[in-house]
Design a protein around this ligand. Sequence first.
Ligand SMILES: [Zn+2]
Length: 229
Amino acid sequence: MAEEKKTFNLEVVQAGFANGVAQGFPLSDQEKSDMIEDATIAFGNFLDALRCDWRNDPNSADTPRRVAKAYVHDLWAGRYTAMTPITSFPSDGYDGIVIERNIPLTSMCSHHHQTIGGVVHIGYIVGQEGSVIGLSKLNRIVEHFGRRGAIQEQLTAAIHQAVDKICENNLGVIITVVATHNCVSCRGVKHKGAAMVTTKASGVFRHNGNDARQEFFNSLKINNGGHQI
Ligand SMILES: [Zn+2]
């Protein structure tokens, strides 16, 4: 069987919400550039409201445009730009566990628009007649859902559902996200270093104490720079 390119509908959050795609997704280049123009004006108004003389401050004069571009092209890119189609391959008899650990995560909390930073660990078990996907596609899934507003619990579920759908006929999928939230360290309680750990598991990973789940968590401890989750 040749490799297959498929497009999956992976979205569950209502379009328009910060952790969903934008209305009209995916946006054309022209629509993105119009959005940057509108957002530039709006962020200038925001700075005005904060009594910031940004127009005369050489460090801030272009800040509204910088911020608008950063949201559209980077911070919220997953709301505007589609993921490239995922290529899946037949597993050709491999029926073991597939794990990618330490996938970098950069996201932003929907509540405070502060950075969420950390790592995502993904595991799945290919079934007979199942599909495997190129390793970098797992990174792309993390980018697609991370690059928008997020709350960590929902982000974990979104990544889980995407891997579950794309790796068809799998026997189980497990996602663990370990992340620090700038809104906790820089505002409010102002505690640095507190990390949040969320795990969503299905299929053979579902129950505590089973072998697959144990193998996944054990593998995260091996050669992991001394960090344990
Ligand atoms: Zn927050």
